[in-house]
Ligand binder design. Structure first.
Ligand SMILES: [Zn+2]
Length: 453
């Protein structure tokens, strides 16, 4: 029993903070969290905002939807790596914007958005569904460092003429923001006929058609997780918040339930638009598809949080960062332990926060079994050549590990046990391009970008 528990604990710690693939992030989209947010945000149950137990009875902007806006700010503030802005653009309107700055391409921006205002009470599908999706994607993606900047945008006053989104899109155009894609979601939880169809509304503006093609391709790449089929509507409806972005010449589209097949929620814009009409399985897959797009485009570029032990010293292998060591047993930071190395004085579990350009990722918890570990266990001594052609050579300092190689879309291409110190991997079947190799051994994970010539 004890061994089983230990194995379980090791497994859990592996999954807490390993470098993640797009598939991992898709898998993290959590139905129960989506359901909980939908219930709270559509006023079916009470919630806590600023320490007070409250019910968000409605989100009608003209009668004051500040409670809903404050709820959103509090949710975003509970996530890592986000700068939250209360964008009060008029006496009646507030967009709530959370920005996750990209590490390597901070000026390249992808936006995922939904309007949070409503016309009457409840309005679960229109558009608590899109709002909860944006929050869930922010919760998962904000734990990662990404290449590009992601803006999570929740618009006000859509229902009275796309006011919030227009305000933002106009300001973004005059700032010269390099927005590469706006994924706007509005009413995404209803599938009355159960055929799993949804609509993408698109027009030939900037790169919008190519953006549509990429999303359609993701349906195929991740068809093991996402069970949906697409209707492409071109020219798409102008009746949601992607329209102001089209008007400014940005790449944008609308994703939502199948209006084109007359399978939309007929209770919308009434107080009968409640959670009981939401198909949670369909909705979950829709959110997963949005996650697939955002994670793919933003690029999941993880810091190297692998740790090496030599005698009683731990070293995190990422250079050029700032560091904070953590005692995993108490989950408390260790005062003054802010270097790449940390000398432990007792056995136990330790982790480190690695921060580069304001983005923090946490390592796995590293188990120090002895203060005089006979060997320092670096997972990888060498991995070469990189770029690789037909053969990849991997030398390990310990003799058992697992290798996974993913393509840029997060598709698992190679999955092999490495049972020797010297290993040769046949890469002749890989197409040219960028890959990620992930080697796991004990509780160490090493992620590297790998280029195939
Ligand atoms: Zn709507």
């Amino acid at each position: 029993m004890r061994n089983i528990l230990l194995v379980l604990i090791a497994f859990l710690s592996l999954n807490l903070s390993t470098a993640q693939t797009v598939q991992d992030l898709i898998d993290e989209v959590d139905s129960s969290r989506l359901l909980n947010t939908l219930n709270e945000f559509s006023g079916e149950v009470s919630t806590v905002v600023n320490g007070n137990t409250v019910t968000i009875l409605n989100r009608v902007s003209s009668s004051g939807n500040d409670l809903a806006a404050n709820y959103l700010i509090e949710q975003f503030n509970s996530y890592n790596n986000l700068v939250v802005s209360d964008d009060v653009y008029s006496t009646s309107g507030r967009n709530i914007i959370a920005t996750q700055t990209g590490l390597t391409q901070p000026n390249n921006i992808y936006i995922i958005s939904a309007h949070y205002d409503a016309v009457t009470n409840y309005c679960a599908d229109d558009n608590a569904s899109g709002t909860a999706a944006v929050l869930e994607i922010a919760r998962v993606l904000s734990k990662q460092c990404t290449d590009t900047t992601i803006v999570y945008a929740l618009w006000d006053e859509e229902e009275i003429g796309l006011v919030g989104a227009r305000n933002y899109a106009t300001a973004a155009a005059s700032r010269g923001d390099n927005i590469l894609g706006v994924l706007n979601i509005d009413m995404m939880g209803y599938d009355g006929d159960g055929d799993n169809e949804f609509d993408i509304d698109v027009r030939n503006i900037a790169g919008s058609i190519a953006m549509k093609d990429e999303i359609v391709a993701l349906l195929n790449t991740y068809n093991a997780s996402i069970n949906l089929s697409v209707n492409v509507v071109d020219p798409g409806t102008p009746l949601s918040d992607h329209k102001p972005f089209w008007d400014q010449g940005f790449t944008a589209l609308l994703l939502g339930e199948a209006w084109s097949k007359n399978d939309q929620n007929s209770a919308y814009h009434t107080s009968d638009d409640r959670i009981n009409l939401i198909d949670m399985s369909y909705y979950h897959d829709m959110v997963q598809l949005c996650m697939a797009y955002m994670a793919t485009k933003a690029g999941v570029s993880s810091n190297d949080t692998s740790i090496t032990q030599t005698a009683n010293t731990l070293q995190v292998n990422q250079t050029g960062a700032s560091y904070q060591w953590i005692n995993c047993d108490t989950d408390a930071i260790i005062p003054s332990a802010t270097n790449a190395t940390y000398t432990v004085s007792s056995t136990g579990d330790y982790a480190v926060n690695v921060t580069i350009n304001g983005c923090t990722e946490k390592s796995n918890c590293f188990n120090v079994r002895s203060l005089n570990e006979a060997h320092s266990y670096v997972t990888i001594v060498s991995l070469y050549p990189n770029p690789v052609k037909d053969q990849l050579n991997i030398t390990l300092s310990m003799d058992e590990a697992n290798l996974k190689i993913y393509d840029i879309n997060g598709k698992l291409i190679i999955n092999e046990s490495l049972t020797n110190r010297e290993n040769t991997i046949d890469t002749s079947n890989l197409k040219s391009g960028l890959y990620f190799s992930i080697i796991k051994s004990r509780n160490i994970t090493n992620t590297q970008k790998l280029t195939k010539r």
